[in-house]
Write a protein that binds this ligand. Structure first.
Ligand SMILES: Nc1nc2c(c(=O)[nH]1)N[C@H]1C(S)=C(S)[C@@H](COP(=O)(O)O)O[C@H]1N2
Ligand SMILES: [Mo]
Length: 240
């Protein structure tokens, strides 16, 4: 059974054992532990809360599966995205030397690599080696207040952005990657900098990262739902 169907089964099982009254109990528990995702409103809201809270309470220390080098996909599929904006292209022409935190600054931080799978919600996936700096090390370097609860991250592509909670932000497999397999991270795969969040579906691994915001609340960012996704039916929390 793959991870996605296992997750569905897990959530369904939890809801079934919980029963309808149990759902209310689960929601109360989720509130008590502060495990309410930003997309908790609307028709799917209770399901989103149940799934997020259950995963955080039961599997918060789990790791994404790592693979052997022989299992790296021969022809990984770069999903077609809108081309990066003009500001990105200007920075690209200058080798990204105009960044506040330059690529060489980033490369002086601890380097980790992992062979993990990019899993698209549309049903395809590929395995690659990802090399970069744990987001946790970048956050330690800049310093984070104790109130920090989420990290939002922004892309040069259509002002795309997303966010994760501190549990995923500090997770050892969450990497700001600048290399893939045998070389620099190609622009097609999100270079020069991509956030890999291997415990969630591919759409949380945003390409062409331009900035990070550490915050105690997602309410005042963009649509207040943690990412554009929930407006289009994509869960904010997309754990696999
Ligand atoms: N900036 C940006 N990042 C993005 C996307 C996008 O459209 N723009 N698509 C996401 C989706 S839906 C998936 S499945 C993965 C695909 O990764 P790949 O292009 O390496 O195959 O990238 C994610 N990151
Ligand atoms: Mo995707």
């Amino acid at each position: 059974m793959n991870n996605i169907s296992r997750r569905k089964l897990f959530t369904a099982g939890l809801a079934a054992t919980a029963g309808l009254g149990g759902l209310a109990v689960a929601a109360r528990l989720a509130r008590r532990y502060g495990l309410i995702p930003p997309d908790n409103g609307g028709v799917y809201g209770p399901g989103e809360t149940l799934n997020y809270a259950a995963q955080r309470l039961l599997t918060s220390h789990s790791q994404a599966r790592e693979f052997s080098r022989g299992m790296i996909s021969k022809a990984p599929f770069a999903n077609a995205v809108a081309p990066p904006d003009d500001r990105f292209k200007r920075l690209q022409a200058g080798g990204f030397s105009g960044w506040l935190l330059s690529l060489s600054d980033l490369k002086s931080l601890p380097i980790r690599s992992q062979i993990t799978e990019v899993v698209c919600e549309e049903g395809w996936s590929y395995i690659a080696e990802w090399i970069g700096t744990p987001l946790a090390d970048v956050l330690n370097q800049v310093g984070v207040l104790p109130q920090a609860r989420y990290v939002a991250y922004y892309s040069a592509d259509r002002n795309w952005w997303d966010s994760i909670d501190m549990s995923d932000a500090l997770h050892p497999q969450t990497l700001l990657t600048w290399a893939m397999n045998d070389g620099d991270l190609p622009v097609g795969f999100g270079g020069p900098l991509r956030l890999r969040v291997p415990r969630q579906l591919g759409y949380k691994s945003v390409k062409y990262i331009t900035g990070l915001t550490v915050t105690d609340s997602l309410k005042n960012l963009g649509n207040g739902l943690g990412s554009p996704g929930p407006e289009f039916g994509y869960s904010w929390y997309a754990g696999i």
